[in-house]
Design a protein around this ligand. Structure first.
Ligand SMILES: Cc1cc2nc3c(=O)[nH]c(=O)nc-3n(C[C@H](O)[C@H](O)[C@H](O)COP(=O)(O)OP(=O)(O)OC[C@H]3O[C@@H](n4cnc5c(N)ncnc54)[C@H](O)[C@@H]3O)c2cc1C
Length: 408
């Protein structure tokens, strides 16, 4: 049976980066992936330009049952380290917004970078190799792919979460965790659009494609200020994707469609200068015309002139526009979600090495772990940082193994 120092399951962001680092530390590394190509999610990411990190990465941008877990890895391999690597490869990039760094040209450049780093580390990458089974035997872990077996004493699970099965997502990582008696926290789709109940969806149908800057608040008080997008299925856009990670079924979200406007002051001022102006035309100065028309057809915008608007109607209007309570029907689920919340319980892992406490030589990195970032490059940064921490540990472990082999 072929034997490797390290076997990594998953040629995604975390798996490739870990493989490259471990390979460059002179370990004999094998990466296995079920797909035809490495880094399939990277290629699709950031609209094809890969939002590879965020300049403002900090632990508060991550959801996890243990908020402290991600700190060590993020501090040891930071966004600046990855930016430095991107610069060394001469990949042109730009900040889009809120510290989000994207390639100017193509996400393929990040994949090429990772593959080149793997080549430098003499990593073996086997694609179209779906891992079906893992066993721990005396000689180490035996990994089975479509009938073939390989073995190692260091197994890294970087098989990602459940989002986007079309891009190779599978529950293998959770299955391996379960097999070795590790706790798994419930998973759910995150960074995902909301679907709406039929009556509201029908009412908002004409707005499909309209985007507006908004402030969206979850029940727990978490707030995001970015665009929302009306779609033919419900609501999307960065503010909605962000809040979806904090949303539980049955909860309302509150949307302020005019977060930067003193609406009462604006209506009073307009009333003074144009008392006969209709409400519709007044609001069209602040909001997209289609949205104003929709509000009117829903009866949320009385067909009145400003001077006819009484204080109670004004109050209702302000509530509608600045404190719109929406009850999502659900989310679009893993089919379109960017990430998976939950996963391998961080209490099972060392935050320094990503190794499990229960099973020596078994590591989990990247999205399969219960660490989920906000939208904006944070998830790739977690992939790089957790992979780097793991690779350092693998290199250190191998030194010990080599040393003990020599000694015996
Ligand atoms: C459309 C989309 C856009 C995104 N854009 C961004 C972005 O711009 N910025 C950002 O930070 N994050 C983004 N994300 C999130 C980011 O892609 C993930 O957080 C990140 O890829 C996780 O890396 P990973 O290596 O842990 O897992 P993955 O990248 O999912 O890699 C896991 C790998 O394991 C393989 N695998 C699974 N099961 C098996 C098996 N049984 N046998 C062998 N191989 C297996 C899969 O084929 C896959 O290649 C995006 C996600 C999606 C879906």
């Amino acid at each position: 049976m072929e034997k490797f120092d390290v076997i990594i399951i998953g040629a995604g962001a975390a798996g490739l980066f870990c493989a490259a680092q471990a390979g460059q530390a002179r370990l004999n590394v094998l990466v296995l992936d079920s797909g035809k190509k490495a880094g399939r999610k990277i290629l699709m990411s950031g609209g094809g330009c890969c939002n590879f990190t965020n300049m403002y990465t900090e632990p508060t941008a991550y959801l996890s049952a243990n908020h402290h877990f991600c700190k060590s890895a993020l501090a040891r391999y930071t966004q600046w380290d990855f930016i430095d690597l991107v610069q060394r490869y001469g990949i042109p990039y730009h900040e889009k917004t809120l510290g989000q760094l994207f390639c100017n040209d193509s996400a393929q450049q990040i994949i090429d970078l990772l593959l080149k780093e793997c080549e430098i580390g003499k990593v073996t990458i086997r694609l179209r190799s779906e891992v079906t089974h893992v066993e721990k035997k005396e000689q180490g872990f035996v990994v089975t792919t479509e009938g073939k077996q390989v073995s190692t004493h260091s197994l890294v699970v970087a098989s990602g979460g459940l989002s986007m099965p079309g891009l190779g997502a599978s529950p293998l990582g959770y299955r391996i965790a379960e097999q070795f008696g590790l706790n798994i926290l419930p998973t759910r789709a995150a960074l995902v659009p909301f679907t709406l109940h039929k009556p509201l969806l029908e009412q908002l149908q004409t707005l499909s494609g309209v985007a507006v800057p908004a402030v969206v608040t979850a029940k727990d008080g978490t707030v995001f200020r970015e665009n929302i997008l009306f779609t033919h299925r419900g609501l999307s856009g960065p503010a909605i994707l962000q809040i979806s990670s904090y949303w539980q079924p049955g909860e309302y979200v509150s949307i302020n469609l005019l977060p930067d406007t003193d609406l009462e002051g604006f209506l009073d001022q307009e009333r003074e200068s144009h008392p006969n102006q209709g409400l519709k035309n007044t609001l069209a100065k602040l909001l997209p015309k289609r949205l104003v028309e929709c509000l009117q057809s829903l009866g949320q915008l009385p067909a009145l002139s400003l001077k006819q608007l009484n204080p109670a109607q004004k109050k209702d209007l302000i509530t509608t526009l600045q404190c719109w309570h929406v009850l999502p029907n659900g989310t679009e689920g893993y089919r379109t979600a960017e990430v998976t919340l939950g996963g391998v319980d961080t209490n099972e892992l060392s935050s320094k090495t990503m190794e499990t406490h229960k099973v020596k030589g078994l590591y989990f990195i990247g999205e399969v772990v219960d660490v989920t970032g906000w939208l904006g490059g944070y998830n790739f940064q977690w992939a790089w940082s957790s992979a780097w921490a793991c690779a350092q540990a693998l290199a250190a472990r191998e030194q010990i193994v080599l040393f003990s082999r020599k000694a015996s």
